[in-house]
Design a protein around this ligand. Structure first.
Ligand code: FCB
Length: 471
C-alpha cells in the first residue's frame, strides 16, 4: 500500500521544527507516564534478530523452512543473519542500557535450547544465560517470551500445532527453561500472539508453516492455548518469584456505517481478533459468534482443557498496531473497507491511537478478572535513511507520543497498565516483509551491521533521564 502517511505528516511539519518536536515528545505534566514505576522498555524476538541459525547445535525452525520457499518472504529474505545479535549481543545490551531503557522483552529460540529428543542443548542455553545475566547486571527488567513463532521444524514434521502433543512438548520446554533461567527473568510470557501463529500460520498461510484452512486455525489455536495453560503451573513451580502471563495482539474493528449490518461486521471482526483468545483465557470458553463466522470449525476440546487454559494470569501482554474499518459482506462475515485520507505507516497500517485506548477500556468492562496489563509491543515501520549519521524518524516520534497518550488515557479511565515496550529496539527481520520494513528505534545497516540511534530513541532517552532526575 502507498505510504500516504508522509503526505499527512508534511501538512504538520512546517510548524514543527526539530527542536519543538523534541520538546513535544515529553508527556504533559499530569501524565501517568511520569510515574517511575511505569516501565518503559523495548522488545525484540529471537528469529528476527539473532541470525546464527546453524550454530552451536541450533536446529531448523519453521521460519527457516518457510523463508527458504521462493515467494513467501519479500525479496527472498531469511533470518539466517538478521542483526547478527547472536554474536553482537554484548554491544546490543550496552546500546539498550545507554538509551536508559528500563525493560527488555526478548524471546528464546526453542530450537536453540533443546534437541529433538527433548534433551538440553548447553551451548544454546548458555547464550541466554549470559545475555540475561548481563541484563540483570545492568539493572534492566527482563520479560522473556518462550514462543515467538520459531517452532522446531521436527515438531512441525509431526503436525506442529495441529498435533495436541506439541502442547505437552511446549510444557517440557517451559520446564527446562524455567529450571535453568530462574532468577534472571522478571516476567515470563508463554506465547507471543497466538492469533498470528494460528490464523496466519494455519488459517491463511501468510506465515510459517503456511497452511490455509479455517478448521486448522481453530484447532491450532486450541493447542497453542493448551500449551500456555500447561506451561503456567510449571513456570510457577520452578520460578515462583517471577510474573507469568501471555502476550496477545489485539485489533480494533470499526463499522463503515451506522447500519446494523456493519456494526455486526465490526463486532465479528473483534470476536475473531480478540475474543477468540481472550475469552478462553479469561472466561474459560470460546466465543460462540466465532463459529457463526467460520461455521463448522469448532476445535476438538477435551475435558479439563478449558480449566487448564483459564487459570489466573499475573499479567496480560497486549500488542497493538492499527485498526481495521469493516463493512458487512452480506452474509455473516466482514470485509475490509480501507479508509481514504488517513495517516498510514510503511506497512500501510492506519495510525489510530484511540483504538488502543478504546480496546483497553472495553476489556476492562468485558472481563471482570482482567489482569494487570503491559503493552508488550507498539510501534511502526518507516523507510528510515541514515543522513550524516542521523535518522530523523519524525513520523515514529509522533506515533509513539500519541500512543503513549492513549495509554495514559486508559490508565486514567481505570485500566491497570504497568508498562510499555517499543517495537522494536532495532530494525529486524519483519517476517513475510523481510528487511524492507524498519520498525526499530535503532537503525541497522544490514551490509555492515552498523547500528545508528534514531531520533526517536534519543527522545525516549531524554524523557527517561528527565523522569529519573525528578524528585
Ligand atoms: C507483531 C510481532 C512482532 C513484529 C510486529 C511488527 O505481530 O509480534 O514480531 O513483527 O508485529
Amino acid at each position: 500500500m502507498a505510504n500516504d502517511a508522509s503526505a499527512v505528516f508534511d501538512t504538520l511539519s512546517p510548524a514543527v521544527s526539530r527542536g519543538s518536536l523534541a520538546d513535544s515528545f515529553t508527556p504533559p505534566a499530569d501524565s501517568t507516564l511520569w510515574r517511575k514505576n511505569f516501565l518503559l522498555g523495548a522488545a525484540t524476538a529471537s528469529y528476527q534478530i539473532e541470525g546464527a541459525v546453524n550454530e552451536d547445535g541450533r536446529l531448523p525452525s519453521i521460519w527457516d523452512t518457510f523463508s527458504a520457499i521462493p515467494g513467501k518472504v519479500l525479496a527472498g529474505d531469511t533470518g539466517a543473519v538478521a542483526c547478527d545479535h547472536y554474536h553482537r549481543w554484548e554491544a546490543d545490551v550496552e546500546m539498550l542500557a545507554s538509551l536508559g531503557l528500563e525493560g527488555y522483552r526478548l524471546s528464546i529460540a526453542w530450537p536453540r535450547v533443546m534437541d529433538a529428543a527433548g534433551a538440553p542443548n548447553r551451548k544454546g542455553l548458555d547464550f541466554y544465560k549470559r545475555l540475561l545475566n548481563r541484563l540483570k547486571e545492568k539493572g534492566i527488567t527482563t520479560f522473556v517470551t518462550l514462543y515467538h513463532w520459531d517452532l522446531p521444524q521436527h515438531l512441525e514434521d509431526r503436525g506442529g500445532w495441529l498435533n495436541r502433543d506439541t502442547a505437552y512438548r511446549f510444557a517440557d520446554y517451559a520446564d527446562l527453561m524455567s529450571r535453568e533461567l530462574a532468577g534472571t527473568v522478571d516476567a515470563w510470557a508463554t506465547l507471543n500472539e497466538p492469533w498470528c501463529s494460528a490464523y496466519l500460520g494455519y488459517g491463511n498461510g501468510h506465515h510459517a508453516p503456511g497452511l490455509a484452512n479455517d478448521r486448522f486455525a481453530t484447532q491450532a489455536m486450541h493447542h497453542l492455548l493448551l500449551a500456555h495453560g500447561l506451561a503456567m503451573p510449571v513456570l510457577r513451580a520452578n520460578d515462583p518469584a517471577s510474573e507469568k502471563g501471555i502476550v496477545a495482539n489485539i485489533g480494533r474493528g470499526t463499522p463503515n456505517s451506522d447500519s446494523a449490518a456493519d456494526q455486526r461486521a465490526a463486532h465479528l471482526f473483534e470476536v475473531q481478533h480478540n475474543a477468540w483468545i481472550l475469552d478462553p483465557l479469561l472466561k474459560g470458553s470460546y466465543p460462540q459468534d466465532l463459529f457463526e463466522l467460520w461455521p463448522g470449525t469448532e476445535p476438538l476440546v477435551l475435558d479439563g482443557d478449558m480449566q487448564t487454559i483459564s487459570a489466573p494470569l499475573d499479567f496480560l501482554g497486549i500488542n497493538y498496531y492499527f485498526r481495521t474499518n469493516v463493512a458487512s459482506d452480506g452474509a455473516h462475515g466482514f470485509r475490509d473497507v480501507p479508509l481514504e485520507g488517513v495517516e498510514r505507516t510503511q506497512m500501510g497500517w492506519e495510525v489510530y491511537p484511540d483504538g488502543l485506548r478504546d480496546l483497553l477500556t472495553g476489556f476492562k468492562k468485558t472481563y471482570h478478572n482482567l489482569p494487570p496489563i503491559y503493552i508488550t509491543e507498539n510501534g511502526m515501520a518507516s523507510d528510515d535513511q541514515v543522513t550524516d549519521g542521523h535518522v530523523e524518524d519524525t513520523q515514529r516520534i509522533s506515533f509513539l507520543k500519541r500512543h503513549l497518550a492513549a495509554v495514559d488515557q486508559a490508565i486514567k479511565a481505570g485500566v491497570d497498565i504497568r508498562g510499555y515496550f517499543l517495537w522494536s529496539l532495532m530494525d529486524n527481520f519483519e517476517w513475510a516483509f523481510g528487511y524492507e520494513r524498519r520498525f526499530g528505534v535503532v537503525h541497522v545497516d544490514y551490509s555492515t551491521q552498523k547500528r545508528t540511534i534514531k531520533r526517536s530513541a534519543e527522545l525516549v532517552e531524554k524523557f527517561l533521564k528527565e523522569r529519573k532526575a525528578r524528585a
